[in-house]
Design a protein around this ligand. Sequence first.
Ligand SMILES: [Zn+2]
Length: 466
Amino acid sequence: MTGTHDTSTGTGVRTGRGTTPGDGGSTRPVLVRGVRPLGGDATDLLLADGIVAETGRGMTADGALVVDADGLVALPGLVDLHTHLREPGREDAETVESGSRAAALGGFTAVHAMANTDPVADTAGVVEQVWRMGRRTGLVDVRPVGAVTVGLRGEQLAELGAMADSAAAVRVFSDDGLCVSDAVLMRRALEYVKAFDGVVAQHSQEPRLTEAAQMHEGELSAVLGLRGWPAAAEEAIIARDVLIAGHVDSHLHVCHVSTAGSVEIIRWAKSRGVRVTAEVTPHHLLLTHEEVASFDPVFKVNPPLRTPEDVAAVREALADGTIDVVATDHAPHPAEDKDCEWDAAAAGTTGLETALSVVQQVMVETGLLDWAGVAERMSVRPAGIGRVAGHGRPIAAGEPANLVLVDPAARWRVDPGALATWGCNTAFQGSTLPGRVVATFLRGRPTVLDGELAEDAVGADTARSW
Ligand SMILES: [Zn+2]
C-alpha cells in the first residue's frame, strides 16, 4: 500500500504556493517512509529546506507530509537530454507547461528543451524566454538547448557564446531535427563550445542518403514499398563527427543512436579516448521496424525503428556503457499531423510519461541493469552531460531533494487520452508496461503525489534552479 496522509495540525503549514522565491527552502517538510533508494534497503527520508535533511529508520516529523513508500524504489529525479516542448510557435502540439506536466508525471526533474521551435532558439533572447517559461511553470528545471546554426539552416553558426552567457546558461547545442551536415560548421561548433565547457549534440542523418526516407532500409522496406533510411546514413555522420571531435578534442554527444553499426563506431571512438557520449530512446530499445507493416503512423519516428539485431545491440551498449544515457526524444504532434497516410505523417513519438516504464521492461526485467544502473543512465550521466547542477546526485543527507518514487510492481496500460502531454502520438499506445511513478519531488517540493500532479504544484517556487 502506498499513499499520502496529512499529519499537520493545520497551523503554520505552508504549501508550495506560499514559498518565498529565492530561498527554495520554506516548502513544507516531507517524510518518505520505508522507501528503497536505488532498490536497496528500506529507509525513511526527511525532505526539508530543499534537501534530503535526514535518512534513517523510524523517523517522525511534526507537521510533515507523510508518504508511505513501502515497496517503492527511490531514484534521483530523472534528467532528459532530449525533449521537444514545441513552445514558442507550435503551442497546438505542446507548451512548456503541458510538457512540464508530462515530465513531472514521468519522474523527471529536469529536461532539455530542443531548439527547433518557431522562432528557433538560436539567440539569447529566445533561450531566455523558454527558460523563464520553465521557471514560471515550476514543475521541472527546463534547460534550453541552443541551435548550432542560425535558423537551423546549416549555413552559419548561431550566437553560441551569447546563449551560454545568457540567464539560461546554455551548455548543450543542437540543430536536432536536422543534421549539421557541413563538416566545417560542425568542427567550428565543437571548437567554439570548448570555451564554456559546452557540448554539441548531433542528429546524425546524412541528408542526401535519406531524402524522402520513410522507414529503415532493408528487405521489409522493399516489401512495403517505402523509401529506405539506410543505417549507413546515421553511421557515416557519427564516424565523421567522432573523428572531428577527436581532432579538436571537444565533446560530441550523439542523439538517438539506432543501429548496431553506430554502436561499434562509438565503442571504437571511446576506446581511442574521443570525448563522445551517446543516447538511445525508449522506442529504439523496445520496438523494431516490423511495426511499420501496420502502416500506423505512431510508429513513424526519426531515426526510424530498426531491426531486432539493432535493438539487441543498443540494449547491450546501454548496459555496457557504450551508450551513456536514455533520452526520450519526446516529440508531440497534434492529431492532424499524425492521423494521416504514412508518407504524409510527421515523425516522432511522445515519451516522457512512458520512458521509465519502458526502461524497466527492457533493461531491468531482462537483468541487463539494476536500479542503480537505471539511475546512472537516466539521471546521473544526463545531468553530467547537460552540466545540470543539483540533479543526478546521490540520495543522501545534505543532497538536493530531487527524487522520484516508483512502484516497480505496478502494471498499466498506455492510453494516449490519459496522458498529460498534448501530443496524441505514442508508439506505446495499448501496451501494458511495468512500473509507475508514484511521486516526484523538485527541491523537496512534491510535483507529483499518488501518481497525480500535486495540488498547487504549477507556478510554485522554482528559484534556486541550478
Ligand atoms: Zn533528432
